[in-house]
Design a protein around this ligand. Structure first.
Ligand SMILES: [Zn+2]
Length: 373
């Protein structure tokens, strides 16, 4: 296949390239009909994207001239599988529940189809998945028929009306006796070529729409492989069978909850003992008793419970994160003074308690605190 490059300009880190085809099929543009665009190569350059006007984004600068080019047909194949699967999904939901398709988007990992209904639930999703896989196994023929616009507009039972944007002959895709729909995208020749179909998620979007996420073809097998590996690892880590995994996880959550409770009670009791010691060793400055604790661990949250704010000022923390609790000074003023000294101070509080995020050590904070007494 041959094309002519007529221009090539740098755009950010890629090269927007204008082309004219000499011989061979055209690159399919990105996003047309919700479908992924083609990838491939032109001479030595890789095609990174094909824009809506058919221009190519290449990975390197190319001189004007004639080049051989390739389109990745394996990728087209995968796109065809995932796109044909969308026809099946749209037709099935239209036929069974009269839900119209209002959006379709194919990504590199998965595809989505949107339906204006909030009635799609777990049961319908499961039913849909089973039905699509059954249609794949039935191996329905997928034919692409070409009509003039006039002839096409006479066809009865088209799933969707033909868009005015389509110029020239209309391609109509016929899947068995099941679906008839105008479409210019890629499709498989028989439904068995899709291989497998799996809904990976569904969710409500924009208040009135349900979005279905699915994979088809090799993407399904890859997904199955990856998830199988994850489950295999989990069974080893949890020393369980696949069937036991959920039970084991529930059990771990329960154990974790009770351990956290137990630990909290221990922190509480330890904090009480520690606070007695800290009070004994408090620094006395005039009438003020100051406790300095150079850590920021789980027990500090119990300090206010055991250290009376009327009698003691408390300064604790480490690694740029500190708390000051005191009625001897205005804690807000402490923050202001640190800012006046040029430090970047985050955090906040009130006049008797303040949390400070600041890149200094505790001694500096104590220093400023003492000056405010
Ligand atoms: Zn199509």
């Amino acid at each position: 296949m041959k094309l002519k490059i007529t221009g090539c300009i740098k755009q950010k880190n890629r090269f927007l390239t204008n082309i004219e085809y000499i011989k061979g099929m055209e690159f399919y543009p990105e996003g047309k009909g919700g479908q992924l665009g083609d990838l491939g190569s032109v001479g030595e350059a890789q095609v990174l994207e094909v824009d809506r006007d058919g221009n190519l984004f290449l990975d390197r600068e190319m001189k004007v001239g004639e080049y051989s080019y390739k389109i990745s047909l394996d990728r087209r194949d995968e796109i065809g599988k995932n796109h044909t699967a969308q026809h099946l999904v749209s037709t099935y939901l239209k036929g069974k529940y009269d839900f119209d398709t209002v959006g379709f988007r194919m990504g590199e990992e998965y595809s989505t189809v949107d339906f204006p209904s909030l009635e799609i639930d777990e049961v319908k999703i499961r039913d849909l998945e089973v039905a699509i896989n059954k249609m794949i196994m039935e191996n329905l023929d997928v034919e692409v028929l070409s009509y003039t616009r006039e002839k096409a507009s006479q066809i009865e039972c088209l799933r969707k009306t033909i868009s005015d944007k389509i110029i020239g002959d209309i391609k109509v895709v016929k899947i068995g006796d099941f679906d008839l729909n105008a479409c210019g995208g890629f499709h498989v020749k028989q439904t068995k070529d899709i291989g497998l179909f799996k809904i990976i998620n569904y969710e409500k979007v924009k208040k009135t729409i349900t979005r279905i996420y699915y994979k088809a073809g090799n993407r399904c097998y890859e997904d199955y492989y990856e998830k199988h590996e994850i489950i295999k690892k989990a069974t080893t880590q949890l020393s369980s069978t696949v069937e036991e995994i959920n039970g084991k996880i529930d059990q771990l959550f329960e154990e974790n909850k009770s351990k956290t409770k137990e630990l909290s009670s221990l922190y509480h009791n330890y904090s009480e003992l520690l606070c007695e010691k800290l009070k004994e060793n408090a620094e006395i400055v005039g009438e003020n008793k100051i406790i300095i604790y150079k850590e920021n661990d789980a027990i500090t949250k119990f300090f206010p419970r055991f250290i009376e704010g009327e009698k003691y000022s408390l300064i604790y923390g480490e690694n740029g994160s500190f708390t000051v609790i005191s009625k001897a000074i205005n804690c807000g003023e402490l923050k202001e003074n640190l800012e006046k000294l040029g430090y970047i101070v985050k955090g906040g509080g009130n006049s008797t308690r303040i949390n400070l995020k600041i890149d200094i050590n505790i001694e500096k904070i104590v220093d400023i605190f003492l000056k405010l007494l």
